[in-house]
Write a protein that binds this ligand. Sequence first.
Ligand SMILES: [Mg+2]
Length: 232
Amino acid sequence: VDLVLFDIDGTLTQSQSIDTQLYLRSLSAIFGFEDVDPDWSRYRHTTDSGIVHELCAARLGRAPTAEESRAFRAHFVGAVAAHAAQHPFRQVVGAAEALGSLLRSPACCVGLATGGWGSSAHCKLLSAGIDYDALICASADDAMSRTSIMQIAIDRVIRRNGRPDSIVYVGDGVWDARACRQLQLPLIGIAAGTQAEALRAEGACAVLPDYADMQAFLTALSSAQRRFPLRS
Ligand SMILES: [Mg+2]
């Protein structure tokens, strides 16, 4: 069985920029942090849990308390849900169809590994009309680093389905490319323009703007699976 792991924001849902705005607003509301650098690629861990930890360490000289962490997450997740109620998130073109086609294939299993919190990921996918329940998922609730989140998703898949023959990650951020390099996993990038160039420069084995050309996506996938089989 071949495992395909997906990022969510910017990869399955068109949510990256609103997500950033709401995250900045919650940082201001809960911690009073202003003038936060919104280039998440500059943070040590580009995840919902990692960024707030790094900012607290830099500005308060300590980790957030459990109470602060809870309040921050509740504020942010509430803002995502409120936004989705008024402006449903859109899926990346063809994302639901691509997931559906992989899920129907007996040779394939699909998982989600997101740097976002689980409940905000759930909300975005639901809002974008992407069926979430059948998918194994790891999120920022599970760990602060993206590589740990990806590894936890892989371990959950292995516990359910056994060891896969190959693992390919599908993501849109340079942090996805960096995490893939660390874990020695091939990346298929979902991006256009300068973002696509950045992903190629970071080692993505293919980059597509979306899933509109399903055949191109499936071809990129099977080429990555052939080139990077898992060694047993
Ligand atoms: Mg993303």
